[in-house]
Design a protein around this ligand. Structure first.
Ligand code: PMT
Length: 412
């Protein structure tokens, strides 16, 4: 697992060196990011030597202890994607304020906004700065947003005062990291099958029927599930996306190939999320040679494909089965129909005509329709965030399923 350690400018910055060592002993790979302030207290070279990794110091340029081409304007996105947890230690009052307000004026603050990984912050500062209403408001705001704050310890401070403000012990910080990662890996032990992308149904060697799916939504689900500890099998139609880390990918082209790939693997799966835009019809005949152009009208006969979702959900047993509904009208009504007609546990409905939603967008606007009658309308979110919310709902439904099963077993 990869921890990105943000070191900010305080006297306690030197203590982060010991943190790197402890995290590595726990088996984590540590990527250090230093703010300008931190570099006034300790050199990047120390962290480069300890972590064995390039230390990132700037949004646009210089990175010490590294080769020049590491840095680019989009490096924060790449680091964000590789980060399993963002730890900031020591965290100054300034970084707490910037994270709380969403200010992105250097690498670390930009990374915070670009990352969906959990965040742990260990503040260290003068006692009055820590107790100041502004700092406490920022801390409360961050906590409300899910950030774990490892409270500073009481004691003698570098400024000569005594009180709360010392960086918490390194062992305590590492324990908090472990705890957060454990809670964040709520799909550990699950096998999740995800379908993504379009299918292509050939008419002849040069022409085919397809749709606008880019695969982004399904790939985001696969990536989020892997991050949450699941074993993930991703069955994908033709797309130009990189396979998320730790995910097993099976490439298919047609609806039929997708059906057989899913059928082949679904036996060992506990959660299935079918985000692919599967062709509902395929040409009855695939011509071996290119269909010749003529002046006459051309009629192509189509036959229905197997509905993969309905097929696997009809005998789903203890599986949680999630389908999508790509709609252009009467979204809620159609989604509810699909929920019951296909025997799904959850339908993720998107109006694919809405701005910022549906095909080939980085964002989506969805409503989650659950088997137990709960409807959850989400605002426009990045597809990675949508993926997390879908998995949160899956975890809730899994809890309900387990409750029902144990009540049945106990005969209540
Ligand atoms: O890939 P992106 O560019 O990121 O776009 C995302 C998306 C719009 C493709 C995605 O959000 C989405 O809506 N996916 C489902 C698209 C779709 O085919 O919807 P549908 O309403 O036609 O199908 C309903 C459900 O049945 C879907 O879960 C679908 O995967 C499944 N299905 C449909 C037909 C079929 N033969 N087999 C199926 O399993």
């Amino acid at each position: 697992m990869r921890i990105t350690l943000g070191v900010t400018g305080g006297v306690a910055a030197y203590k982060a060196a010991e943190l790197v060592r402890l995290l590595q002993q726990d088996g984590f790979t540590v990527q250090v990011v230093m703010t300008r302030g931190a570099r006034e207290f300790i050199t990047p070279l120390t962290f480069a030597a300890l972590s064995g990794q390039k230390v990132i110091t700037d949004l646009f340029g210089d990175s010490s202890g590294s080769d020049a081409n590491l840095e680019s304007a989009i490096e924060h996105i790449a680091v964000a994607q590789r980060t399993d947890l963002l730890l900031v230690a020591p965290a100054t009052a300034d970084i707490l304020a910037k994270f709380a307000r969403g200010i992105a004026d250097d690498f670390l603050t930009t990374l915070y906004l670009a990352s969906t990984a959990p965040v742990v912050m260990a503040p260290a500062m003068n006692v009055n700065m820590w107790n100041h209403a502004a700092t406490q408001e920022n801390v409360a705001r961050l906590r409300a947003r899910g950030v774990t704050i490892v409270d500073p310890a009481e004691g003698y401070l570098a400024c000569g005062m005594t009180g709360a403000g010392r960086l918490a012990g390194q062992a305590e910080i590492v324990a908090a990291v472990r705890e957060v990662l454990k809670a964040d890996r709520d799909l550990a032990g699950e096998t999740v099958l995800v379908t993504a992308g379009p299918t292509c149904e050939d008419l002849d060697p040069v022409r085919y029927l397809t749709n606008r799916s880019s695969g982004k939504m399904g790939f985001a689900v696969a990536e989020a599930a892997a991050r949450r500890g699941a074993k993930v099998i991703l069955v994908s139609g033709p797309v130009s996306l990189e396979t998320p880390a730790g995910v097993e990918r099976i490439d298919v082209r047609t609806a039929k190939e997708m059906y057989f790939a899913v059928l082949d693997r679904v036996g060992g799966v506990s959660i299935a999320v079918l985000a692919a835009a599967v062709a509902d019809y395929r040409p009855v005949e695939q011509h071996a040679e290119k269909i010749k152009k003529s002046d006459a009208a051309l009629t192509i006969s189509l036959e229905p494909t197997t509905d993969i979702l309905a097929d696997i959900a009809k005998n789903k047993g203890q599986k949680i089965v999630v389908g999508f509904a790509a709609e252009t009208e009467r979204v809620a009504e159609n989604a509810r129909k699909k929920l019951s007609a296909k025997n799904a546990d959850l339908i993720v409905a998107n109006d694919v005509t809405a701005e910022g939603a549906g095909f080939d967008q980085d964002t989506n606007i969805v409503t989650l329709f659950s088997r137990d009658g709960r409807d959850l309308a989400l605002p426009k979110l990045n597809k990675s965030e949508v993926a997390q919310r879908i998995l949160d709902e899956v975890v809730r439904l899994r809890g309900l399923l387990h409750e029902t099963t144990s009540v049945k077993r106990s005969g209540a």
